[in-house]
Design a protein around this ligand. Structure first.
Ligand code: NAP
Length: 887
């Protein structure tokens, strides 16, 4: 828009009445603010948009540095709310330049006549909640104040540039520029000596362009980043074809995807692929030039597991070595301190090759830190660099910076947002803040925001906020505020999600680590775009869960609570199972249920490699039984664990807990012998219990042949297998051996009483149901036998049993009987360690590599087994990972 028009708009507003009264005030005229204005108007709400810049564009208004482009394919980085808009605009490139994106946003502003409600050149200087009026009072540096019912921050996540943090900038006699505040009329770089400080996305885009113009370019790099070639050009025909073939389906897939780009969820994990297959996948991704693709499509464990991630990281390092000629520069450019994707990777055009140019020098600040900026250039510990221009590509006070830049924001009871957030941002859904009624954030901290395609997340947020405001109005409420409970619950869920991905392992602007003194913690929601959307929807369908709604002529409504109490991956698994609408197992008959589970298990990820897996036969109580043996890759002999699988004494076999046995074998360094005990209803009580005892005897007698270490065995089991393990410990104590050094009971059945709270609270919806457990009991054991300690070990004598580790899961009918057993063991003088796994369900620990959040619990189990066996602890983990799994 011409500057003259902008000026006249600003003048209009300054000459208006002293307070402008509207339903909603929006800050920021970028992607989010423009769509908000459009939606608010359509919902019949009066609105004003306050924008510091002189035109629309938000981040694309300010970031005009050479090479600035989007790095999500532009057909994805577009509005999707209006199909006519979509067909009215054609992108010229796969990754559009900043000027083209700015033109697009101007086109949108004009198409929906948005500018008439935008006050350009207007900065908000304070925002105060007026409790009596139930309105926000906004002061600005230009023109009328604003009084609004709803105050919406569409300020962007990366809008507040970080100060240089280097002494002496003021002394410098040359020119200083920030990539995030680049002059509109460009900068003359030709023939000049230029320094660029910073090698994040901005620096990596700008450096190759500056190198082509400048006489000499010196890049000051503190941390090397992963960068991938963008392979820019026309929008790829396949993606364009998919979009144009079925626009609605394409957009819908993006909305429910992991990062807001319509790629499917990967299910294949790295160890299921050969090295050649992995390389082929990687080369395809490298050639695709697409961050969302390489971050989600290689293998399922790349973003959640350090080993799966290292494979990608190593392949990228290999590429860097293949491009950059000077070995010292290769070493300096090779990322080493963070997993790939944990810090925002960059898309580039000729970035690494730029370092082969004779006019480009890389300075590794890890080896020679900057001492100061002087009148003539930059001084490091070792050298002086005289330059004419310094470009700071040093990034932003991300996610919270732009919100807190509107200072002060004062909520209910005079609370300042800067104080409330002193230890890091606290939000409900990243959309609202307790104590700040009717204040909304678009893509705020606590939402997927910067870990997603912003266009998709912005539309979802705007729709949610405007729909809620309109529904509130229609119901007669004027005020909406998140409760403290809901907000604390969201913080817990955020923390749980953060344990899932590798983002916590890198110091980045995602965690606030780039700004000295800023509170640290993963700020964006790492649980994914689709899951996040479903949670926001759930808040609404559960009656505005976690919000207090009030109004002058209506009774207050407060539906307090936490929207997600399950671990994020458990929520996904249960959601998928619910979608499948499977018939209850107990309606299938025993053989039908076995067949069904065999079929079902074919789709699960196979277990990780161990040294050796073998089959054999052992002697049970009434004949031979099959077993499966898992041997570690380390040299033997190893301690031996006798393992009993789950399945309610009816289902499963010696290999049905294969992933769990492999995982525990790897983590403990022990042999696991999984016993194929007899099942009901063909073999009813006490067949399974007696087989457990007989198998343990046989394994003890043959331990040496199996490669086991002489000495006591360990026993372990999950679910009904936990029951058999517990019973076995009692039987060997009473029948004179063999010696057991420790027992691991995972969600064990320990008693025949069904009236404990967990049987009632978790009777349905968590896979193992009350009805299923009744069926198992009926098939295995007649009512008259149920109090026998060989099936209800809680009713047996507990003194003199081996030390135990008892794991129970919060959302499991069997939780309370497991806890009761642990407590009874402790009361009987048995050393017991308990893991009460918050947010987990019955199968959390055995669904290895599906329920990733079960891993810390398995580490604790492995450590316990090693302790029982007298081995030193092997698994080292930051303490917070262990805490996350424990209650
Ligand atoms: P950034 O990723 O935070 O990178 C800043 C760079 O400056 C880092 O290399 C950092 O080093 C360095 N740095 C910061 N302070 C320094 C100091 N005092 N001395 C020396 N070096 C210093 O910032 P950005 O490049 O502006 O990118 C921010 C985000 O904006 C991106 O991650 C991306 O999400 C978005 N962005 C997107 C695009 C696009 O769509 N194409 C383009 C640009 C930006 P350390 O790593 O050691 O802190």
């Amino acid at each position: 828009m011409p500057e003259a028009m902008v000026a006249s708009r600003a003048l209009d507003s300054s000459s208006s009445a002293s307070t402008q009264t509207v339903d909603a005030a929006v800050v920021g005229a970028g992607f989010a603010g423009l769509y908000l204005l459009h939606r608010l108007r359509k919902a019949g709400l009066s609105a004003v948009l306050l924008e510091e810049a002189k035109d629309v564009g938000g981040t694309w208004y300010w970031n005009r540095y050479p090479g600035a482009r989007c790095d999500i394919q532009t057909i994805d980085y577009s509005y999707s709310f209006d199909p006519e808009l979509e067909t009215a605009w054609k992108w010229s490139e796969k990754y559009a330049t900043q000027p083209e994106i700015l033109r697009y946003l101007g086109f949108v502003a004009d198409r929906y006549d948005l500018r008439r409600d935008i006050r350009f050149g207007t900065k908000v200087t304070s925002a105060t909640w007026d409790q009596a009026a139930q309105r926000w009072q906004i002061a600005t540096d230009n023109g009328a104040k604003v009084s609004c019912r709803h105050y919406i921050m569409a300020t962007g996540c990366l809008s507040a540039p970080k100060p240089p943090e280097i002494d002496g900038v003021k002394e410098f006699k040359g020119e200083v520029y920030f990539t995030g505040r680049w002059p509109h009329d460009g900068v003359k770089l030709a023939g000049r000596r230029v320094a660029v400080i910073g090698t994040g996305s901005s620096g990596i885009q700008a450096i190759p362009m500056i190198a082509q113009e400048a006489a000499q370019l010196t890049v000051f790099q503190r941390t090397p980043n992963f960068a991938l070639p963008a392979h820019n050009g026309a929008p790829p025909a396949d993606r364009l074809g998919a979009l144009e073939g079925d626009r609605a389906a394409y957009r819908e897939q993006a909305r429910w995807s992991l990062v807001g780009v319509p790629w499917p969820q990967q299910t294949v994990v790295s160890w299921q692929l050969s090295e050649a297959e992995r390389r082929e996948r990687f080369e395809t991704a490298w050639a695709a030039g697409d961050l969302a693709y390489i971050l989600t499509q290689l293998w399922a464990d790349q973003g959640v597991d350090v080993d799966g991630n290292k494979i990608v990281a190593d392949l990228i390092r290999e590429k860097i070595r293949g491009i950059v000629e000077d070995p010292e520069t290769v070493a300096a450019l090779t990322p080493h301190d963070h997993p790939f994707g944990a810090k925002r990777p960059c898309l580039d055009t000729n970035y690494y090759a730029t370092y082969n140019r004779p006019n480009v020098t890389l300075v590794n600040l890890r080896q020679e830190p900057v001492k100061a900026i002087t009148a003539t250039g930059i001084t490091t510990d070792k050298r002086n660099f005289d330059v004419d221009v310094i470009v700071f590509a040093t990034g932003f006070d991300a996610m919270t910076g732009a919100i807190l830049a509107v200072h002060p924001i004062t909520g209910r009871d005079g609370k300042a947002l800067s104080d409330v957030w002193a230890n890091g941002p606290q939000t409900y859904l990243g959309l609202t803040i307790a104590g700040f009624p009717n204040l909304f954030m678009i893509t705020g901290p606590g939402s997927p925001s910067v870990l997603s395609n912003m266009a998709v997340s912005i539309e979802q947020h705007v729709d949610w906020v405007v729909d809620r405001i309109a529904a509130l109005r229609d119901a007669g409420f004027t005020t909406m505020e998140a409760t403290e409970t809901a907000q604390a619950g969201w913080a817990q869920h955020m923390a749980d999600c953060a344990m899932l991905t590798l983002h916590r392992l890198a110091n980045t602007w995602y965690t606030g680590a780039n700004v000295p003194g800023k509170a640290q913690g993963v700020m964006p929601y790492t649980g994914g775009v689709g899951p996040y959307r479903s949670i926001c929807n759930e808040v609404v369908t559960r009656g505005m869960l976690g919000f207090r709604l009030s109004g002058p002529n209506i009774a207050e409504q407060c539906n307090d609570g936490e929207v997600v109490r399950l671990q994020p991956d458990v929520r996904l698994v249960l959601g998928l199972l619910a979608q499948m609408n499977l018939p209850p197992l107990e309606t299938m008959g025993a053989q039908g249920a076995r067949d069904f589970l065999n079929e079902f298990n074919k789709g699960r990820p196979s277990g990780r490699p161990v040294g050796e897996v073998g089959d054999g036969m052992l002697q049970g109580a009434d004949g031979p039984l099959p077993y499966k043996l898992y041997r570690p890759a380390t040299p033997g002999p190893h301690p031996v664990v006798v393992y009993f699988h789950g399945g309610g004494w009816v289902l499963g076999d010696q290999q049905s807990d294969d992933p769990f046995c492999r995982d525990m074998c790897r983590r403990t360094g022990m042999i696991f012998v999984s016993v194929g005990y007899r099942h009901a209803p063909e073999h009813r009580f006490p067949a399974a219990a007696e087989d457990g005892y007989a198998a343990t005897r046989w394994i003890a007698d043959h331990a040496a042949e199996l490669g086991g270490k002489p000495g006591p065995l360990l026993v372990a089991g999950w679910s009904a297998g936990g029951n058999i393990a517990a019973v076995t410990c009692q039987l060997v104590r009473d029948r004179g051996g063999p010696e057991i050094a420790g027992q691991l009971l995972v969600c064990p059945v320990t008693d025949c009483s069904f009236d404990r709270a967990s049987y009632i609270d978790n009777a349905a919806n968590y896979f193992v149901t009350r009805g299923l457990m009744f069926w198992f009991w009926d098939l295995y054991c007649s009512p008259a036998d149920r109090t026998d300690p060989r099936v209800s070990p809680l009713r047996g004598k507990l003194a003199g049993l081996p030390p135990a580790f008892v794991a129970t899961c919060e959302f499991d009918p069997l939780r309370d009987e497991g806890v009761a057993y642990a407590e009874a063991l402790a009361a009987a003088g048995v050393p017991v360690e308990q893991l009460k796994a918050r947010g987990h369900f019955h199968s959390s620990f055995t669904m290895v590599d599906v329920v990733i959040t079960g891993a810390p619990g398995r580490i604790q189990m492995a450590e316990a087994l090693r302790r029982f066996a007298g081995l030193p602890p092997e698994v080292k983990l930051p303490p917070q990972r262990l805490e996350a799994a424990a209650s």
